[in-house]
Write a protein that binds this ligand. Structure first.
Ligand SMILES: NC(=O)c1ccc[n+]([C@@H]2O[C@H](COP(=O)([O-])OP(=O)(O)OC[C@H]3O[C@@H](n4cnc5c(N)ncnc54)[C@H](O)[C@@H]3O)[C@@H](O)[C@H]2O)c1
Ligand SMILES: O=C(O)[C@H](O)CO
Length: 331
């Protein structure tokens, strides 16, 4: 049995994984693979736990026929759900929920920052200008969250004391918390858009969501609305976002993710006065490695007891079904 790790683990994380294996009565080699050795290490691995940014040659790994389980250390699964992995019988589980507190913090920063016109004030500050500009209130506004999984749910919880009116869409609109006014089906997005002042994207990237926020949909929102994208850049058509900001259809926006990362120097988005761009850091947290290792150990334990890993991903959809989702603390 060989377990390959490719997220930035420290010795104590490897030791914790070895202890979990020992307790489960499993003899296994645990390899902390550097990115450059990943292909070579994975060809004869049984279990892989690794990060989104690691370039794994999935077709070769699947063809080698040895891998039995992929645990992603990212919530977004677009990095490993290539056709070969989807077609294979290898189960895949996500890290959804591990970073939900930090994603909620960062979303609040982008949301409050753009609604309170912070980019405009920062630019003025750099020029030592003391200017006043209109700002908008999060309190009392109507917020729509697209994607009500680990991140969307945590964000709704964080937003609830702000006395916003909260709405959400999801493919499985069930388990609505009482502080959410309506939880709608994913297909009801168009009917939600005219009813919200703020739209927050927290859905995975897949064939359904790629380009879902385009000019047509931005124009369904009330004039002067706000958009925050914490999910994946390609959910939004960036030229349409720039148009909406320039025309005033959107009064502001905050994006932690862009279609291509890093954002190209020639992108019109850099020039937008009330847009905050952060470099995909929403999920950064100091204890990420500890929490990820705890989660992997929990799942290893389940795996060796013959139980389904938490956050088991429905590969064709690219996210876990509610019955497997960690936010639901599935049995
Ligand atoms: N910016 C960051 O650093 C950061 C950090 C973590 C996650 N993410 C991104 O956020 C996404 C969501 O994370 P999560 O942990 O909540 O994932 P999750 O898998 O727990 O939840 C995703 C939810 O989106 C729903 N969904 C799927 N398609 C939808 C659609 N068309 N409309 C509405 N809802 C839809 C699913 O039903 C699911 O409940 C990830 O896929 C990832 O891409 C970004
Ligand atoms: O999906 C995630 O977990 C974040 O975007 C970090 O990769």
């Amino acid at each position: 049995m060989k377990i390959v790790l490719c997220y930035p683990v420290e010795d104590r994380h490897v030791a914790q994984i070895r202890t979990t294996l020992q307790q489960a009565g499993v003899q296994a080699e645990v390899v902390d693979a550097g990115q450059e050795r990943i292909a070579e290490q994975l060809l004869d691995a049984d279990i892989y736990c690794g990060h989104a940014k690691v370039p794994v040659p999935w077709p070769e790994v699947v063809a080698a026929g040895k891998l039995k389980w992929i645990q992603s250390s990212a919530a977004g699964m677009d990095h490993c759900l290539v056709p070969e992995v989807i077609a294979s019988s290898i189960p895949v589980s996500s890290a959804s929920g591990i970073l939900a507190d930090q994603v909620a913090d960062h979303t609040m920063a982008l949301l409050c920052g753009s609604m309170r016109s912070l980019p405009v004030f920062f630019r003025a500050q750099q020029k030592k200008e003391f200017i006043r500009r209109p700002t908008r209130d999060l309190h009392g506004s109507r917020v729509g969250i697209v994607g009500f999984g680990g991140n969307g749910r945590r964000l709704a919880e964080v937003l609830s004391p702000f006395k916003t009116r909260l709405f959400a869409t999801d493919c499985f609109p069930e388990d609505k918390p009482e502080y959410v006014e309506e939880l709608l089906g994913a297909e009801e997005l168009d009917s939600l858009l005219p009813r919200v002042d703020v739209l927050i994207l927290a859905a995975p990237l897949n064939d359904e969501t790629r380009g879902m926020i385009d000019g047509r949909r931005l124009n369904l929102m009330p004039r002067g609305s706000f958009l925050v994208n914490m999910a994946r850049g390609p959910l939004v058509v960036e030229e349409d976002l720039a148009d909406a900001l320039e025309s005033g259809q959107l009064a502001g926006a905050g994006i932690d993710v862009t279609e291509v990362e890093p954002l190209a120097p020639e992108s019109r988005l850099w020039e937008q006065p009330n847009l905050i761009i952060t470099p995909h850091v929403g999920g950064q947290k100091s204890s990420r490695l500890d929490d990820m290792t705890d989660f992997f150990c929990l799942n290893l334990d389940r795996w060796f007891r013959g139980e389904t890993p938490r956050n088991l991903v429905e590969k064709k959809l690219g996210f876990p079904l509610p019955e497997h989702a960690n936010w639901k603390k599935a049995p």
